[in-house]
Design a protein around this ligand. Structure first.
Ligand SMILES: CC(C)(COP(=O)(O)OP(=O)(O)OC[C@H]1O[C@@H](n2cnc3c(N)ncnc32)[C@H](O)[C@@H]1OP(=O)(O)O)[C@@H](O)C(=O)NCCC(=O)NCCS
Length: 152
């Protein structure tokens, strides 16, 4: 199966919102994705396309030399096939090309799969925000990457 990483467009939003709702206990409202896509100049929104549909998405905010990973998810039936790996690598490499040097994110303390993924890409844990998530009072783990990957 061919995996294509490309910029998100408004026509993707229905599928993106569906993936987000199925992936997170506090999903974003559809208007938040629309805002990122059409009104936030700092946002970089990518999708992974597989079999003609959207298999995953990532939204990052690029501010000066830092990127913050705002959200990243793979559609349930497409997990464990390298979709998030490819999205993350592509988005970080492009951010580096735009001048970013460091990356930051928060992840739920119980989300071991995502933490393993970020560690695989070189992120380290450098903080913790107690009871950060309002739905279940779960802690947030803060992770950062000091050197973004460069184009091979
Ligand atoms: C986390 C998530 C994005 C991973 O997406 P994916 O496309 O399945 O990930 P990949 O196949 O590219 O795997 C990348 C790495 O992530 C880690 N990983 C992914 N799923 C994992 C799991 N179930 N258990 C342990 N590690 C896992 C592994 O390190 C994996 O590398 P490997 O295959 O070489 O071992 C996906 O599970 C998801 O959408 N979860 C819900 C939303 C979410 O938690 N997003 C992150 C918020 S910070």
């Amino acid at each position: 199966m061919t995996l294509l990483i490309r910029r998100m467009i408004p026509q993707d939003l229905e599928q993106v919102v569906e993936i987000d709702r199925a992936s997170f206990s506090l999903p974003w409202p559809a208007r938040s994705f629309l805002h990122e896509l059409t009104e936030n100049p700092a946002a970089r929104c990518w999708v992974a396309e597989m079999d003609g549909g959207i298999a995953g998405m990532i939204v990052m905010w690029l501010i000066l030399d830092e990127v913050h990973i705002a959200t990243l998810a793979t559609k349930a039936g497409f997990r464990r096939q390298g979709v998030a790996d490819s999205l993350l690598m592509h988005a970080l490499t492009c951010a580096r090309g735009e001048g970013a040097r460091k990356a930051f994110l928060e992840v739920r303390a119980g989300n071991r799969a995502a933490q393993a993924m970020y560690r695989k890409h070189g992120f380290i844990q450098d903080g913790r925000r107690p009871r950060y998530y309002k739905d279940n009072q779960e802690d947030a783990i803060l992770m950062s990457l000091e050197r973004l990957p460069e184009e091979a």
